[in-house]
Design a protein around this ligand. Structure first.
Ligand code: ST9
Ligand code: ZN
Ligand code: ZN
Length: 332
């Protein structure tokens, strides 16, 4: 098998510590070449364009309802934001896409429910697309290829048919680990129902039942507005964190370190680090700094619900910075 640049870099600088054989196919494949000739025509998906427009109009209406909500509803909206965010960051991303730590069954069930609350496609589809994103980053086979601009990588990719190479390359990935995970497959089988319950009904009904909030406020604030904010915070990782920020670990790739995105995406904005070392459970050199997801996984480890967190050694990081970084981390 041909060894990719990233795999070679891993071996050269690991000192034997780094995972030489990636557990999942999330390592950049520099042997892939985009097909020559004209690109396939862009095919708009009007159903998605309509739904996304309505969603954002609904979220805007939610903003106007903020003054009429109670303090408890504000707190509940934040709780829903954090739970659904963790379903994506600690769940679909760090656990299921990258296998950067191991989670017990109760934790996996919690993360799957939290993931349904985030309504970003089921875990299987999310992880499959995300592995293709890492393996074929910034090419035709990347679902949200940032070379196609901010709008495409942010939301546009969900409004058009995929480039055929995304599907072709995705079908070649080995997804046995996901197929073997009963929690993942159960969520996939019951995805629509779980979204109705956890993304819309639970956020709306809890404030109505427990503290008498109006159903309208419950629907638009912890429901639609929170959902739209989590979506946009996630999409910023694909758009802003592939465009703006330093590249202290590898200046030859597009993904950047973006503290604002790290804040809004509870720890997922250290994207130059993450694409350089995709198996690190913290997705950052700096542990819990601006990284609520790492704090959450650490807490789960303390409670015995998570184990085997993969980490890159300081020596490996510093050698990599010296070799391919842009010099923005002077101390490294
Ligand atoms: C959403 C996802 O928002 C967000 C993901 C973001 C990822 C971010 C990553 C960044 C790092 C992590 C940071 C986390 C931060 C979190 C912060 C929280 C505060 N391989 O899909 P179809 C097959 S979703 C293999 O229809 P079209 C497929 O199986 C939002 N096969 O393609 C199917 O086969 P079959 C809500 C693949 O027609 C066939 O191809 N959801 C692959 O081109 C057709 O599949 C939406 O908006 C693959 N990669 O349509 C819905 N892909 O027929 C969005 C596809 O045999 N999706 N296949 O079953 C869609 O409507 C459509 O997918 C489409 C493309 C219109 C976009
Ligand atoms: Zn990325
Ligand atoms: Zn990733």
């Amino acid at each position: 098998m041909t060894e990719t640049t990233s795999q070679r870099a891993g071996r050269q600088h690991s000192g034997g510590v780094m995972a030489e054989t990636p557990a999942v196919e999330d390592v950049f494949d520099d042997t892939y070449e985009e097909k020559a000739g004209p690109k396939p025509a862009r095919k708009l998906v009007w159903r998605n364009i309509t739904l996304m427009t309505l969603l954002h109009v609904g979220a805007l209406y939610g903003l106007f309802l903020i003054p009429s909500a109670s303090m408890l509803t504000y707190a509940w909206t934040l709780v829903c934001f954090l739970i659904s965010a963790l379903g994506v960051t600690a769940g679909a991303h760090r656990l299921w896409s990258h296998r950067s730590y191991k989670a017990s069954s109760p934790l996996r069930v919690f993360l799957a429910l939290a993931n349904s609350m985030a309504f970003q496609n089921d875990i299987y589809e999310w992880a499959r697309d995300h592995r293709v994103h890492h393996k074929y980053s910034e090419t035709d086979a990347d679902p949200h290829n940032a070379k196609r601009g901010f709008f495409f990588s942010h939301i546009g990719w969900l409004l058009v048919r995929k480039h055929p190479d995304v599907i072709e390359k995705g079908q070649k990935l080995d997804l046995m680990d996901l197929k073997a995970d009963r929690v993942v497959m159960f969520q996939r089988r019951h995805y629509k129902l779980s979204v109705v319950i956890f993304c819309f009904l639970v956020p709306m009904l809890v404030p109505w039942y427990f503290w008498g909030e109006s159903l309208v406020v419950g629907y638009f604030l912890p429901g639609l507005l929170r959902y739209t904010l989590v979506l946009n915070a996630t999409w910023l990782v694909n758009s802003a964190a592939h465009m703006w920020g330093n590249r202290p670990y590898d200046q030859t790739i597009n993904p950047r370190e973006n503290p604002l995105v790290a804040f809004s995406a509870i720890g997922e904005g250290f994207h130059n680090y993450h694409h350089t070392f995709p198996f690190d459970y913290s997705t950052s050199e700096f542990g819990c700094r601006l990284n609520l997801t790492t704090a959450f996984i650490d807490l789960m480890c303390l409670l015995g619900l998570a184990t085997d967190c993969k980490r890159v050694s300081k020596d490996t990081i510093s050698a990599r910075k010296q070799r391919t970084g842009d010099g923005s981390h002077k101390s490294g």
